[in-house]
Write a protein that binds this ligand. Structure first.
Ligand code: PMP
Length: 443
């Protein structure tokens, strides 16, 4: 890490400091109130495991800009690759005069994504846009309309992806009517499922509902996050994903893995489906793929991806050359710096810390996740009911102490840990200790 941002937490002012307060005033008069912020501080620079604000406060980053800066903020190889590219050219539009970077990213995705079949990729800008395109491709290929999604799912904020997203507030409220032909099935949620509901039974429960309410021959795609993100870092029971993929294969539907949050090394493998030995027909990546530059991708079986008519996929900026240069540098960084292994070490450290905390504090109902995608679910110990207020109070304590911690979950009762893989153990331990203090203080 060639960072000149010191890798230590430092509070120069109470948060937010005066420069952030000033900027927040400008934000309120210039930026739509619909765009909210987790923290009241404005960033000035960031690297490794630290975000420094405009008042010189240094915050421990346990959020990676919502799972984006997996290789670290302004990672050296990414900075260098983007610098070189920006000097060569900034944009031509791949649909007008194409360039090698786009093709090279597609080649890499074919190599890194699960399955040794022939693959093709199309690049876009955001996760939502890629999910929409995966659905377009699935519909063209199958000649069917229906899309099956799951409880607690998050797939984006565009019209179709809002329909696919489960949670009303804040993502959907007032924004309808939503796109049609989207059907929701029950998710495997080991912590909240009844005793004895294993992955196979949870899949049967979902499949029964799909067959009865949608019709097997109507389904174009089953779209699922292999580890749910915004919905609460829910890891389905073993076998759930494989059973759904098998049902898709048997019924001519496509199994689409939305790995926007769980992909690109986050869980200790390139993609989270690998933990379950599942090979998706289409795989959606974004977020961590380009170290902070906007890029997303749909990668899938060649015969599916090539069933779309020429000109049917694309967009002005999709696979922008700067983002492609960044993505190639991200891949090189993950490989050269052993970051998949690092994600597994982070899992051990974070899960270990949270589990020992859980033993002393039954308000932590569940600790779960994979790699550097770990969460604690807060509950009322007497009833097991979600305790969103507690998660909020713990996060607020962390924020005030200079730790960027994010909440998630259908009931907002989950704190998720998504550190950059470049964070040091020291910072991670300190950040977790502050979260633990927040829990102790919220009695
Ligand atoms: N799918 C998943 C699983 C996500 O986590 C997200 C973003 N949180 C999206 C889709 C949407 O991505 P974007 O915000 O880039 O549109």
């Amino acid at each position: 890490m060639s960072s000149n941002v010191p890798q230590s937490r430092h509070l120069a002012t109470p948060l937010p400091g005066p420069a952030s307060v000033e900027l927040m005033k400008r934000k309120h008069s210039a930026v739509s109130a619909g765009v909210a912020t987790t923290m009241p501080v404005f960033a000035a620079r960031a690297a490794g495991g630290i975000v420094e604000d405009v008042d010189g406060n240094r915050l421990i980053d346990l959020g990676s800009g919502i799972a984006v800066t997996t290789v670290g903020n302004s990672a050296p190889r990414v900075v260098e690759a983007v610098r070189e590219q920006v000097e060569a050219f900034t944009h031509t539009c791949f649909m007008v005069t194409p360039y090698e970077g786009y093709v090279a990213v597609a080649e890499k995705l074919a190599e890194l994504s699960p399955g040794d079949h022939e693959k093709r990729t199309a690049l876009f800008n955001s996760g939502s846009e890629a999910v929409e395109n995966a659905v377009k491709i699935a519909r063209v290929h199958t000649g069917r309309d229906a899309v099956v999604v799951f409880d607690h799912a998050y797939h984006g904020r565009t019209n179709l992806t809002m329909a696919m997203t489960a949670k009303n507030m804040p993502y959907k409220k007032g924004f309808g009517p939503f796109a049609g032909e989207v059907y929701r099935a029950p998710m495997s949620y080991p912590f909240r499922d009844a005793e004895g509901i294993d992955g196979k039974l949870a899949a049967e429960r979902a499949i029964d509902l799909i067959q009865a309410q949608v019709g097997a021959d109507q389904v174009a795609a089953v779209v699922i996050e292999p580890v749910q993100g915004e919905g609460g870092f829910i890891v389905p029971a073993p076998g759930f994903l494989a059973a759904l993929a098998e049902w898709c294969r048997a019924n001519g539907a496509l199994f689409v893995a939305d790995e926007v949050q769980s992909g690109f090394g986050r869980t200790g493998t390139w993609f989270a489906v690998e933990h379950e030995g599942v090979v998706p027909d289409l795989l959606v990546s974004a977020k961590g793929i380009a170290g902070g530059l906007p890029l997303s991708a749909v990668t899938g079986r060649a015969e599916i991806m090539d069933s779309v008519h020429g000109g049917g996929l694309g967009g002005t900026y999709g696979g922008n050359p700067l983002a492609c240069a960044a993505a190639l540098a991200v891949i090189e960084t993950i490989e050269a710096d052993g970051l998949l292994e690092r994600a597994r070490q982070i899992e051990e450290l974070v899960v270990g810390t949270l589990r020992s905390l859980q033993q002393r504090d039954p308000r932590i109902g569940d600790v779960r996740g994979r790699g550097a995608m770990i969460a604690a679910e807060f509950v009322d110990p007497a009833t097991g009911r979600p305790d969103g207020a507690l998660a909020k109070a713990v996060a607020a304590h962390a924020h005030a102490q200079g730790v960027i911690a994010l909440t998630c979950g259908t009931w907002g009762n989950v704190i998720r840990f998504l550190p950059p893989l470049s964070i040091s153990d020291e910072l991670l331990i300190e950040g977790l200790a502050i979260v633990a203090d927040g829990l102790a203080a919220s009695r």
